[in-house]
Design a protein around this ligand. Structure first.
Ligand SMILES: [Zn+2]
Length: 132
């Protein structure tokens, strides 16, 4: 089983735990870091801006376990081309690079693969902060 297949299976399973009573749009995410997989699901809140995306949860789990490098990330939802929101793309950029693979999966396992630079060609980065 390839890492992409493992990421899909992990994200799909985690998606079932999503807390999405308002949108009913459940999302699962899985991050690959040092041959370990970390998962997350979206967690909504009645105060909508307080909610968290699935990618954010997976990245937090990676960091909480000592991981600092996203090698690949997969997002799955009941749609044919889900991509991370702008906020999550910036979070992926923090721990990835231009060539980091971002996989977009539907529930049947059809997967489209992008590089981070395709989805976020220009990101805010540490170099900008150092120049301030
Ligand atoms: Zn997001």
């Amino acid at each position: 089983m390839s890492y992409k297949d493992k990421l899909f299976a992990s994200a799909l399973e985690c998606r079932l735990k999503a807390y999405a009573p308002y949108s009913k749009f459940a999302v699962g995410a899985a991050v690959l870091c040092n041959r370990e997989i970390y998962v997350g699901c979206n967690v909504e809140n009645v105060s909508y801006p307080c909610g968290n995306c699935a990618e954010s949860g997976a990245i937090s789990a990676m960091v909480a376990n000592g991981g600092r490098k996203i090698e690949e990330i997969l997002i799955v939802a009941d749609t044919d081309n889900i991509v991370p929101c702008g906020n999550c793309l910036q979070k992926i950029a923090e721990f990835g690079n231009a060539e980091t693979l971002v996989h977009s999966a539907d529930l049947s396992g059809n997967i489209r693969t992008y590089t981070l630079s395709q989805l976020l060609p220009h990101n805010f980065n540490a170099k900008e902060v150092k120049n301030a």
